[in-house]
Design a protein around this ligand. Structure first.
Ligand SMILES: Cc1cc2nc3c(=O)[nH]c(=O)nc-3n(C[C@H](O)[C@H](O)[C@H](O)COP(=O)(O)OP(=O)(O)OC[C@H]3O[C@@H](n4cnc5c(N)ncnc54)[C@H](O)[C@@H]3O)c2cc1C
Length: 506
């Protein structure tokens, strides 16, 4: 049992975005007379590159009473309504698909039968794009202004949920300002070690020349991984055999003359993929690649060739993808990069981090500060399951039939992780269902990527073939099949592309 009812000092190791967010969450959870101290060292390299927000960002802000308008102003945020995938299916101008942050207001997902969406399956059966059924997609396609998007979202009819692109350093400064105003203490120092008691609980943090007594610790030390890596030596579960990238270069691009796109653009490249995050005054970008197929110079040259102009690389990073098997040890919980790392595809790391944080707050609050050992075990196993879900969802993106470079040919031939291999076999027979994703979620955790996310990527890449969608439609009742047919006839009449004649369902 972890008893924090008499806790007086909470220590947060690392004062980056995750550290300050955790401090604000714990400030809310603990009584005002409990000290929450962020130990931050400005000398160490800050990894704060993350700028493409996740779907659970808004919930994280609102739960912590961080005003959205102020956040937008201070973090230089722009709307993010989803992701545009470019060039993932073999290239060419029309090789684009979207995964949008879908919300209520999409007729195609309001009708669900036996765990699937007949009207979406009808689109897949006919080879139609899925994103065009989202009412608000039109605004994305025409590069609507931020004001127009704001108005569109306010109607409640867009079928979209909001997230944001943001300037990570500005966001961090904002969080720190709020944190300080709420009584969080900032302590400028490096943590050089931790003193454990006989039960393995952290009793104090060794700072430069002093000790900070602690009752509970959040390790947000990023790649330094002070807690799980150095002090506890927790087992690392590597994704190196599953997710192929291990290097990244980052660079900035001039903003386009149009309004910032409300989607993150992810472009498949010869040895990995490139991201572009549109902010108000710049586009932050990077190329994540495999060192087996490219080096820094090759990566830069390929980016310059693709974009048609020179770029100025800012960082070359080595990425070690995987996670610590146990993230909560006694009175220490690791968060963010300190607990694991995956390539920034679909902002999966941020999504996972925000869910970790929500659950730490939930467990401490709901337990009144008293947490049984088996609840900590449940947190750890839910955390591990969630990482596995991230791994499998990201692996799906590489299942894309590209064969124009050794990187893509080797991935196509590589062994699949067990969980994903099984799902893939199911997706050859039918569209992704909630029961497929449910095993990644447990003990009060929420799914990081929803059924529609899986459908959007799997169907667009052809992992769900048209015949699989047709097969599940054939299992509908005669009346439902008529409804599907009427929908297709309507599409046939309103869409410019010619669809095959009626009767395909039978
Ligand atoms: C190439 C790349 C692109 C990314 N893109 C995105 C994106 O688009 N969207 C997104 O959401 N995320 C993205 N991420 C992830 C994002 O950068 C991280 O999630 C984010 O930076 C949070 O990291 P962190 O706070 O866990 O660690 P860090 O940012 O590394 O912070 C760790 C902090 O701990 C401090 N520290 C370390 N050791 C000590 C010590 N001994 N004592 C005291 N302090 C210490 C460091 O100084 C630092 O301030 C990206 C990551 C990479 C690598």
């Amino acid at each position: 049992m972890l008893n924090l009812t008499n806790a007086r000092r909470i220590g947060i190791v690392g004062g980056d975005l995750v550290g300050w967010l955790a401090a604000i969450e714990l400030r809310r959870v603990f009584e005002p007379d409990v000290d929450v101290t962020v130990i931050e060292t400005p000398e160490l390299f800050s990894f704060g590159l993350g700028e493409g927000g996740s779907r659970n960002l808004v919930d994280t802000l609102c739960r912590n009473e961080l005003d959205l308008d102020i956040f937008v102003g201070e973090a230089g945020a722009t709307y993010k309504l989803g992701v545009l995938y470019d060039n993932w299916r073999g290239g060419g101008i029309s090789d684009r698909y979207y995964r949008l942050f879908c919300g209520p207001g999409i007729p195609e997902i309001e009708w669900r039968v036996d765990g699937f969406f007949p009207l979406l399956s009808a689109r897949i059966a006919m080879g139609e794009d899925l994103h065009t059924c989202v009412p608000g997609f039109d605004a994305i396609a025409r590069h609507a202004s931020q004001k127009d998007i704001e108005r569109l979202l306010a109607t409640g009819q867009s079928g979209l949920c909001r997230s944001y692109h943001f300037d990570a350093e500005a966001f961090e400064r904002y969080l720190k300002r709020v944190g300080l105003s709420r009584g969080i203490i900032a302590h400028a120092s490096a943590v050089c070690g931790m003193r454990l008691d006989e039960r393995g609980c952290v009793r104090s943090l060794h700072l430069d020349g002093e000790q900070l007594e602690v009752d509970f610790v959040i390790d947000a030390s990023g790649f330094a991984r002070l807690g799980l890596g150095s002090v506890f030596g927790t087992r690392w579960r590597s994704f190196a055999n599953t997710l192929p990238t291990d290097r990244a270069i980052t660079f900035d691009l001039e903003p386009s003359e149009m309004c910032p796109d409300p989607v993150t653009r992810l472009t498949a490249m010869k040895a990995g993929w490139m991201w572009e995050v549109p902010l108000n005054r710049k586009i932050t970008a990077g190329y994540v690649f495999s060192s087996r197929y490219a080096d820094h110079a090759i990566a830069v040259a390929e980016v310059e060739h693709r974009l048609g102009h020179r770029v100025q690389p800012k960082h070359l990073l080595s990425l070690d993808q995987g996670y610590f098997e146990t993230a909560w040890v006694n009175n220490l919980v690791a968060l963010g990069t300190a607990s694991g790392f995956v390539e920034p595809l679909d902002a999966a790391l941020a999504t996972h981090t925000f869910e970790q944080l929500r659950n730490i707050g939930r467990v401490l609050t709901n337990g009144g500060g008293v947490v049984p050992a088996h609840t900590i075990e449940a947190y750890n196993s839910a955390n591990a399951r969630s990482w596995t879900g991230v791994r499998d969802f990201l692996r799906l993106h590489y299942d894309c039939k590209r064969n124009d470079a050794p990187f893509w040919r080797d991935i196509a031939a590589a062994e699949l992780p067990g969980g994903y291999a099984e799902l893939r076999a199911c997706f050859h027979k039918r569209t992704p269902r909630w029961i497929d994703i449910q095993p990644y979620v447990g003990s009060g955790w929420q799914a990081l990527f929803h059924q529609l996310d899986w459908i959007s990527v799997a169907a667009s890449l052809g992992v769900v073939p048209a015949k699989a969608a047709r097969a599940e439609l054939r299992r509908l009742s005669a009346e439902s099949r008529r409804e599907v047919q009427a929908y297709l006839d309507l599409l046939n009449g309103t869409m410019s592309r010619h669809l095959p004649p009626s009767g395909w369902v039978h």
